[in-house]
Design a protein around this ligand. Sequence first.
Ligand code: SF4
Length: 285
Amino acid sequence: MERLIARSIFSPATGFLRRSGYDWTCNPYVGCTFACTYCYAMFLPQNRRPKEEWGRWLIAKTNAVALAQRFAPKLAGQALYLASVTDPYLPAERSLHLTRGILETLVPYQPRLTVQTRSPLVTRDLDLLQQFRHVGVNLSITTDCEEIRRCFEPKAPPLADRWQAAITLRSAGIPVILCITPTLPLRQPAEFARRVAEFRPDVVVVQEFEEAHGCFGADTGPQARQLLQRFDWSSADYLRFRDLLRQSLPVYEGEAGFFPPGSPPAQVPSVSPVAARRHPLTLLS
Ligand code: SF4
């Protein structure tokens, strides 16, 4: 891991995050050691290393907390997405405490905070997350099968640990936005849909795994495309799962599901009247 004295950790939100109502993004690290094969961040211009090396390098912005202290007053009431091109709870965060230090710094200024992660380490910071009036954790649980998870997300935390983190967050009163994005191949779609519905996330988002041409979502790299063929997962399979889930829950699709806490989404997804009575949609607030 390399260390960097950075000029900034905050950037004005762009692209789908801007369209979704976010004002700022925050990235305490450059690169990401979770090494997801479909990660759109590896295609971004700031990541100048060869795409083949994605997941094998990490740069920590060691002055991140000092930068946060300087910038935090500007974030009062603003919609902040932490983090857009890395995971804020990588293994390195366990000892570096950069994300934790940023959260500590931000509490007095109360931005409307979204934490995007697939790491159970987020539960370490429950004490801080509970101090934000408008907060949500976007937790990525992308499949129901460890073998598939290991193929697409080789160094990311196991699925069981993520489900446990979801339960812990929920028990602590932190809204959980379940991001099945991209929706990876599923072994037992009906069983997975049932599990998601029973958990009743505050919001659930699905996203077809496809070539995104640099736009929102998982821009399927060649390695991930090969994996998709191996698991024989098609658009029809994705649509069947989405519609199955919609029988029990309101389901957002793609960028429509990414909106800041405290802001209503542009469109509430349709759900059958029967399902709506069973699972009334809870917007973050
Ligand atoms: S955790 Fe997120 S940022 Fe990291 S490799 Fe996976 S998709 Fe990319």
